[in-house]
Design a protein around this ligand. Structure first.
Ligand SMILES: [Zn+2]
Length: 57
């Protein structure tokens, strides 16, 4: 299970960015954090396709 880079809390969902919502918003602000997450998840989804998928989601 992933852990937040900042507060080390556990992140239950399989997000690409290992930062929890609370820290992400604190560091980047809600709008920027959402945009960053969107970009990361998109990149990860593409990578998973290239590798034939690894069971995420
Ligand atoms: Zn955190």
């Amino acid at each position: 299970m992933a852990k937040c880079t900042y507060c080390k809390c556990q992140i239950s969902d399989g997000r690409a960015l290992e930062v929890c919502d609370r820290c992400g918003v604190a560091v980047w602000g809600p709008k920027m954090f959402k945009a960053i997450q969107g970009n990361m998840n998109e990149a990860q989804a593409k990578g998973d396709l290239d590798q034939g998928g690894n069971g995420r989601d």
